[in-house]
Design a protein around this ligand. Structure first.
Ligand SMILES: [Zn+2]
Length: 678
């Protein structure tokens, strides 16, 4: 029988320890300090090396290894967890007068006239409590009713900014136990991205980043949570044993020192006067931040004073949340323009008379689609109420009808694409009209923007302005033309210095090596998001196999539904798309999943076909195990197949295996072969 493992030599143990330290350091640099020191590729190399060693020597795997962040097993529910120290909610203040009243109560209760405060941005996220015993992250829970919450440890671990192991600087001691309190949030960018993907898949959109973060943390499949762009900011402590902190400021500095992210721009205020000044400043104009804040939290800085002040049954007496005023404003809608997306979808956008709204100037608002225009009954020239819902994309809440002028004009969506003039039709059951010309310049630009994105082919230095120029100058007609660009083409363009032309050429060259899943995602097939691209790549292994896959074969893949399968078949059925793929291939763009095929392991060179349902693990997990041990998974049974793994209700592949005399593995035998333990 084949086995994996055995006792690891000392040299390997040391390397594993070193790799983990290094990965932790780079996680911190990237996710907490936002100052990466190495490239994604170098990081991936370290990660892969660690993963390989752990596969080879499973006894070395530890729960807080960086490789163990994403559990590959969905769970059935969240068990309750009791907070050691209750998680209270905060009192709110809606004006500076409310804050002054708060201060009056504080000085009265403390019996003195001077109190210093610490003011922090209030992140609009989901409150959580993370328990650490010494340096180890033990578990984490949602706030729940304040007394007990849901144990969401498995999902929290997928958030890379949550340290699994704390690394204090020299001379800094860790508490024996501490409950770190903070907010899990989704960045604005991440939120827009998640909603864009949901829109493409026809799923309901999240109303705001807070809901998106909450929804993501409550998913039962941690692999899905891992794909959501979640972050953490910590701001306080619950239970604390074996260490004391004098002030809130000292506490936050400690957090930062041991590797937690804390909100930027927190400020020590020696008196209430500075606090009020700060509130005014932020109400007028908020500093740019990549996440939602809905106010400022004002805390008595001295922790002994905090303890003295204590709490009411509901909330602490030593802090208050100042909420920014409502973020709505009236303005006039000057015009409605139509934008063309990469799938050809036409989106109406309202052009507004610029209006000051929650610290920024707003001059555009999305109108989503023609149904929305009808629902609002909005006309050009109308006075409208604009809201920056969750500070994200401004939208029009309603029309102020009593202010409607006689010359207000109704708007109709164009029947032709505003960019290329091709017919724009609305298919039944769809909300959007689409430009039907796939060579439409507006579409090509958007497709290219998507193709070069960081999560797709990651071509550094190719921004939207440059893409505009390249498409307008007819240097690029489809994404594959990117690889036909020559240095000479670029240097003659206005925006280009020699140096940046060189850099761009290099970035384009480098992007040829991206994984199959990134390429697939980059192609922008409808309904195929980042996660789906990964699943498809690991299942089909190369572009050719995917292109030939039938609707039926596609729906056999877990996580691929009939709508996505249809979109994939349709995409590859279009001759223009096939031509683009051929061009990409000719240009030397990687078209196959390499990651696993190079793994040397006990199953190297062995071909596997899976059929039927496995009871102990998901099919993708079984495939993962095979790949990690060096084996290859195949879609159909042939003479090249070494094993057919047979689960419950096997299909025709089982019959074929019998006919060809190929070795059959029942689930238990397969488990043994790959060393699977529950
Ligand atoms: Zn068009």
């Amino acid at each position: 029988m084949l086995t994996v493992g055995g006792k690891a030599p000392r040299k390997v143990c040391l390397e594993v320890v070193r790799l983990r330290q290094e990965i932790r350091l780079h996680d911190r640099k990237y996710y907490v300090e936002h100052a990466p020191q190495i490239s994604d590729r170098e990081y991936d190399k370290l990660y892969k090396r660690l993963k390989d060693l752990e596969v080879q020597y499973p006894s070395l795997v530890e729960p807080d290894s960086p490789t163990q962040r994403v559990s590959e097993r969905p769970i059935t529910g969240f068990r309750p967890i009791r907070h050691r120290v209750e998680m209270l909610s905060m009192d709110n203040a809606y004006s500076t007068a409310d804050v002054e009243d708060f201060h009056t109560r504080v000085i009265k209760n403390l019996g003195r006239s001077r109190v210093s405060y610490y003011v922090e941005p209030k992140i609009d996220g989901l409150s959580i409590s993370l328990t650490y015993e010494k340096e180890r992250f033990v578990h984490g829970a949602t706030r729940g009713d304040g007394v007990q919450g849901d144990d969401v440890t498995i999902n929290l671990k997928t958030i890379r900014s949550i340290p699994l192991v704390l690394e204090p600087p020299q001379g800094v001691s860790l508490p024996a136990v501490m409950e770190v309190r903070g907010e899990v949030y989704m960045s604005r960018e991440g939120f827009e991205e998640v909603n864009r993907e949901r829109k493409e898949r026809g799923e309901p959109l999240f109303a705001n980043p807070r809901n998106a973060a909450a929804g993501s943390l409550k998913l039962l499949d941690p692999r899905l949570t891992a794909a959501r762009p979640l972050g953490l900011m910590v701001h306080g402590v619950g239970a604390l044993e074996g260490r004391a902190f004098e002030t809130q400021q000292e506490l936050l500095e400690f957090f930062q020192g041991v590797g937690f992210p804390v909100a930027p721009r927190a400020l020590y205020c020696p008196s209430i006067r500075e606090v009020i000044g700060r509130l005014r400043e932020w109400t007028d104009e908020r500093p740019p931040m990549n996440f939602e804040i809905d106010g400022l939290v004002i805390k008595v800085d001295n922790r002994k004073d905090q303890a003295k002040l204590g709490a009411t049954s509901k909330s602490p007496r030593w802090m208050i949340a100042y909420k920014f005023p409502a973020e709505r404003a009236g303005t006039r809608l000057i015009d409605i323009i139509v934008q063309v997306g990469r799938t050809g979808a036409l989106t109406p956008v309202a052009i507004l008379e610029p209006v000051h709204l929650s610290g920024t100037t707003v001059s555009r608002a999305t109108l989503h689609n023609e149904d929305e225009i009808e629902r609002l009954d909005v006309r050009i020239g109308d006075s409208v109420l604009v809201e920056k819902s969750g500070e994200i994309i401004p939208k029009i809440v309603k029309v102020i009808e009593r202010k409607r002028r006689g010359d207000a004009r109704r708007f109709a969506m164009p029947e032709r694409c505003p960019a290329c003039g091709a017919p724009a039709r609305r298919a039944s059951g769809e909300v959007a009209r689409r430009c039907e010309n796939s060579a439409c310049q507006a579409q090509v630009k958007q497709r290219l923007v998507h193709f070069v994105r960081r999560k797709a082919m990651d071509v550094e230095g190719l921004g939207t302005k440059m893409i505009d120029t390249l498409v307008n100058k007819k240097l690029i007609h489809d994404v594959a033309d990117l690889y036909a660009l020559k240095y000479a083409d670029l240097v003659v363009l206005e925006r280009f210095a020699e140096k940046s032309a060189e850099n761009l050429m290099r970035a384009i060259q480098e992007s040829k090596e991206r994984s199959l899943s990134r390429l697939l995602f980059g192609l922008g097939i409808r309904h195929v998001g980042e996660r789906a691209a990964e699943v498809l790549a690991s299942r089909f292994r190369n572009m050719g196999a995917l292109m030939q896959a039938s609707h039926e074969e596609l729906t056999e893949v877990e996580e691929v539904g009939p709508v996505m399968a249809e979109a994939i078949v349709q995409f590859f059925g279009i001759p223009a798309n096939r031509r683009v793929l051929e061009k990409l291939k000719q240009a030397g763009v990687n078209m196959a999943e390499k990651e696993f095929s190079k793994v040397e392991g006990p199953l190297s060179g062995k071909g596997f076909v899976l059929t039927g349902t496995l009871t102990s693990m998901a099919r993708s997990d079984a495939e993962g195990l095979i790949h990690r041990l060096g084996g290859v998974t195949q879609l159909s049974v042939s003479k090249k197949t070494d094993f057919v793994v047979v689960g419950e209700k096997p299909g025709s592949k089982y019959q074929k295996a019998l006919a060809l005399g190929i070795q059959i593995l029942r689930e238990a035998e397969f488990q043994k072969l790959v060393g699977f333990k529950k």
